[in-house]
Design a protein around this ligand. Structure first.
Ligand code: PAF
Length: 299
């Protein structure tokens, strides 16, 4: 039985040197930034990195900068040993697990500040969240050096923000977004799902059902983003469990709500279920053509 294992590196300078060595031997680096508590979604990123790059390198770092006051930084799940084992079995060769003090011996005075599209949706509800994500992602890519960086589409807005940060700061990474992995009942895998009690877990897949209802409406040709958002909301409102933060159908690049729906769009939803906040999203393609003929179905 082959049991693959990953080497754990704690110090930022050792991490930088290890990846430099991979490149000096002609290999490319597949970086998978995570906050640990690895689940099947993360492991699909690790497998993709291992399949397409010489070395899959996973970072495990619960980044305090991206948590607001009153959020779940303290109770965020941490299981480094299990993470190292799971990452190794999925094909990771290196795991970077620095402490907060190793990353920032004193609180950072220089951080990355992201404009639109970080201000809306998650950014509106979690002020400063994407600045924290952008800061750690920029630091991880700078430490790692030239790499392919893998992110899950489950955090769709994060992918859009990270692409902007990488492009605008000319960070040496190619960003690859990978599809959301779901439980059989449709619930998107998330490290926060462990917080759901049995009753909450039972209704949680309704978030995905709500997105599917919105997607059907878009794909039936509904051009009105408000009607689609209302359809998503009404699925969640059928029982009293969810406290909705937002439901929207947006342009997949700008994350703005378009005047009329045409071509590719993205459905976004976020809701609280008890003490746990869940987010999810889904792509949909309207049969209507975008002005200028950029929609699908154009001849
Ligand atoms: O998606 C996550 O787990 C985090 O936001 C990331 C990208 C690892 C940055 O801390």
């Amino acid at each position: 039985v082959s049991h693959l294992s990953a080497t754990v590196i704690r110090r930022p300078d050792e991490w930088a040197a290890a990846l430099e060595e991979v490149r000096s031997r002609g290999g490319d680096v597949g970086l998978v930034p995570t906050m640990g508590a690895l689940h099947g979604g993360h492991l699909s990123l690790v497998r993709r990195a291992a399949a397409t790059c010489a070395v899959a390198a996973v970072s495990v770092y619960v980044n305090p900068l991206q948590f607001g006051t009153g959020e779940d930084l303290e109770r965020y799940p941490r299981h480094l040993d299990a993470d190292v084992e799971a990452a190794g079995e999925a094909g990771a060769r290196l795991v970077f697990a620095p402490s907060v003090e190793e990353m920032w011996p004193s609180p950072p005075v220089a951080t990355v500040c992201v404009g639109a599209p970080a201000g809306r949706w998650e950014g509106a509800i979690r002020p400063g969240h994407f600045d924290g994500v952008a800061t750690i992602v920029a630091k991880l890519i700078n430490l790692s050096g030239r790499c392919v960086a893998f992110f899950g589409e489950k955090d769709y807005q994060q992918v859009v923000v990270v692409r902007s940060v990488v492009a605008d700061l000319s960070l040496p990474a190619a960003v690859v977004a990978c599809p959301t992995v779901r439980e059989v009942d449709g619930l998107a895998l998330s490290s926060r799902n462990v917080f759901l009690d049995a009753g909450e877990r039972a209704v949680a897949p309704r978030l995905y059902a709500a997105l599917l209802a919105g997607k059907r409406l878009v794909e039936d040709g509904c051009a009105d983003p408000t009607r689609v958002a209302d359809a998503v909301t009404s699925v969640l409102a059928t029982d009293g469990h969810f406290a909705l933060d937002y439901a929207a159908v947006v342009d997949p690049d700008t994350l703005e709500v378009p005047g009329t729906l045409a071509g590719e769009v993205r459905l976004l939803v976020a809701a609280r279920l008890g003490r746990t906040r869940l987010i999810d999203n889904l792509a949909a393609v309207s049969p209507r053509l975008r002005a200028g003929g950029a929609g699908t179905g154009s001849p």
